[in-house]
Design a protein around this ligand. Sequence first.
Ligand code: ZN
Length: 345
Amino acid sequence: MKAYYADEQKRHDPKAFLSSGAPQPNPEQPERVERLKAGALAAGCSIERPRDLGLGPIAAVHTPEYLDFLEHIFERWQRIEGASKEVIPNIHPLARTGSYPASAVGQAGYHMADTACPISADTWNSALWSAWSAVDAAEAVLSAEPAAYALCRPPGHHAFADVAGGFCFINNSAVAAQVLRGRAARVAILDVDLHHGNGTQGIFYTRPDVLTVSIHADPVRFYPFFWGHADERGEGPGLGYNLNLPLPRKSGDDAFLEALHTAFRRIRSFAPDALVIALGLDAFEGDPFGGLSVSTPGFARIGEAIGRLGLPTVIVQEGGYLCDALGANLTSFLSGFGASHHQSR
Ligand SMILES: [Zn+2]
């Protein structure tokens, strides 16, 4: 399988985030890339550099106001006397009105959901290349590759149309789905990250052409708290086109597989022409976030089950944090997927 990744994606190097009010080292470390690259190579992937594909495919799912903010906020922030080295918001609108703040501090609050997505000098460039990896993987699938893997880092699924959050800036899975929509009438996104794909849900919430399905740790006591509940089903023409399958904390392989089969029933009824997998590996039992308890062989079972759908598939990397098995979990997923996908087509 072809994999896409550019070295620029590694330059974004967030230092801190707040966890239970305390500053902690940010877990979305550049080193993740090395582990994931090794994992992809071990699964037989060939890694290619994506092309510079311009802002078009990104602007198809994000607002121009937000993209302008992401591109320029670091430089503007540095002009504030005494400002931190990273853009981190200290105020958020309780509810947005039509007005848009003019100041860098106001806009940071407006466009950043939490403190886990600090913006530094290299963030915009890394996020762009991460998105282009997703675009090129989608283009490869449109031009007859049965499947492709985008090693997206920084990740994307917590980014809404105009809000960053949870280590995410540009929603790579949404960008890939929208590129596929260019030639596919219906696209399904299946998010298997430990955390609910709230940004992806938000982007497509009122649309019937992109089905969004997410399996994740129950947000009642887990990030992202305000989204990911089973009663969020879509809105307007999108009603019935969003499915959330929250799992109790520490659920293992079997519970995950069972939720996956519920997801497949909805996906089959939607009859998509193409599939995007938002592949978080943080549901792993040894991941620092410790929310679910999927094992390394469990990822092979998950990949194998998804591959059996036999759909043209773009696999987009989301979460999965530094632990000894990070690369092995990717190898496990991709190998399981590759074996059954090949037979199902
Ligand atoms: Zn996650």
